[in-house]
Design a protein around this ligand. Structure first.
Ligand code: NAD
Length: 387
């Protein structure tokens, strides 16, 4: 089969880890005969340098024309001037808005073999496997007014946290749909004690819950959730929350697994047949940023990007067997003690490139005979998202 992917590797370690994802797609392509066609586009700091904008209209339209977007990361000290009119992050924010990627799904999983890399005690890490669904296209990062000004000799700034009920409803629904197929338990996080937008969020979550009587809805204040994620992470299964809370809590959830370099994410604009049926492509990216402290050193962990690629194969292309092979290869290597620097306790670690090579070799060497029957993309996205 042929698939068209918009490839935006961005800045810092973005291009380094994305390169390894391409290697893995090459292995899948050679093994299964699929053809992946890439449309390379600039985003972030590199786009500012070349085009004076964090993403061009052409890049945006190429993304819209593709079947999926594979993203690296953006940002870095070179573009960090707080007075600058344009910032690398504008590129990903615009992309999320244009593709209407309202649901960001981040699995938080602890690999038992990596429990030594976690800052938490081993006993707290048992059975930790949850998903954070972060609202991605509204809330504090997009609300207007958003500005700075000076009055007299004093500097002021304002950001606005605004939601309408439809924006809350659709993302909370994604939470319920996922919870229904997992442990039937959904934590909805807010700050209803101090914020009007959170009181609306809680009200809508209650309303939506009436359609899901089989799912237990648990409201929790986001600050309490920040503590519980550290002290009792295995209590969680599916969490849904506002953009900013989700940004912060999902990073916190990421490190309990040992490294930012291990966790993938998917951002969706629809679940065909269930929510907002549309044809906009989903976007897949590692949860980490551009890691300027290690960029160019060849030591970044490419697994988050590679697992994001696996999510893309599964959810956007319906290639679940191929995706499973990638996940199995990663699991096998982690179990065997193969490590990049971020996970290693000594000097015995692989470079970014070598880790990609190991995963590539493993995928090519394992043979599978069982391939599932063809399904339509819509059915597949629903089934796989909810599995
Ligand atoms: P970061 O995720 O880039 O790095 C945090 C820490 O984790 C660093 O010590 C880094 O070395 C380490 N790390 C991250 N990914 C790793 C990997 N794959 N392998 C090994 N170690 C890894 O977050 P930050 O330092 O807060 O931000 C750096 C830049 O990235 C900033 O400009 C920020 O705005 C940007 N950023 C971009 C995105 C995105 O593109 N979606 C997301 C977050 C941050």
């Amino acid at each position: 089969m042929n698939f068209k992917i918009a490839l935006l590797s961005g800045d810092g370690i973005g291009p380094e880890v994305t390169e390894e994802s391409l290697k893995i797609l090459d292995a899948v392509s050679k093994k299964y005969g699929h053809k992946f066609e890439f449309d390379y586009q600039d985003v972030g700091g590199i786009s500012i340098d070349k085009h004076n904008t964090a993403i061009t209209e052409e890049a945006l339209s190429k993304c819209l024309e593709s079947q999926a977007v594979l993203f690296g990361s953006v940002g870095g000290p070179k573009w960090d001037d707080p007075n600058s009119d344009v910032r690398p992050e504008d590129g990903i924010l615009k992309l999320r808005k244009e593709l209407d990627l309202f649901a960001n799904i981040r699995p938080a999983k602890v690999y038992p073999a990596l429990s030594n890399s976690s800052p938490l005690k081993k006993e707290i890490l048992e059975n930790v496997d949850f998903i954070i669904i972060r609202e991605l296209t509204s809330g504090l990062y997009f609300g207007e007014p958003k500005k700075r000004w000076v009055e007299g000799n004093k500097r002021y700034a304002v950001d606005t946290l605004k939601y309408d009920e439809d924006e809350v409803r659709r993302v909370v629904k994604v939470g319920f749909e996922m919870a229904r197929k997992r442990e039937k338990k959904l934590h909805s996080l807010d700050k209803m004690n101090v914020m009007a937008s959170s009181r609306l969020w809680r009200e809508i979550a209650e309303e939506v819950s009436k359609d899901y009587p089989d799912v237990e809805l648990i409201h929790m204040l986001a600050d309490n959730a920040a503590m519980q994620i550290i002290t009792n992470p295995s209590d969680f299964d599916v969490l849904v929350t506002e953009n900013t809370f989700g940004d912060i809590l999902s990073d916190e959830a990421a490190v309990i697994g040992g490294s930012m370099g291990m966790l993938p994410s998917a951002s969706l604009s629809s679940i065909p047949g269930i929510i907002e049926d549309n044809s906009k492509p989903a976007l897949y990216e590692p949860i980490h940023g551009s890691a300027p402290d290690i960029a160019g050193k060849g030591i970044a962990n490419p697994i988050a990007s590679i697992l994001s690629t696996s999510m893309m194969l599964k959810w956007s292309f319906g290639l679940d067997q191929e995706a499973e092979e990638i996940e199995n290869a990663v699991n096998t290597l982690i179990e065997k003690g193969v490590r990049t620097k971020d996970l290693s306790e000594n000097d015995n670690f692989l470079t970014t490139n070598q880790m990609g090579d190991e995963i590539y070799k493993l995928i090519k060497s394992v043979s599978y005979t069982h391939l599932r029957a063809h399904e339509t993309r819509g059915n597949l996205v629903c089934r796989l998202l909810l599995e």
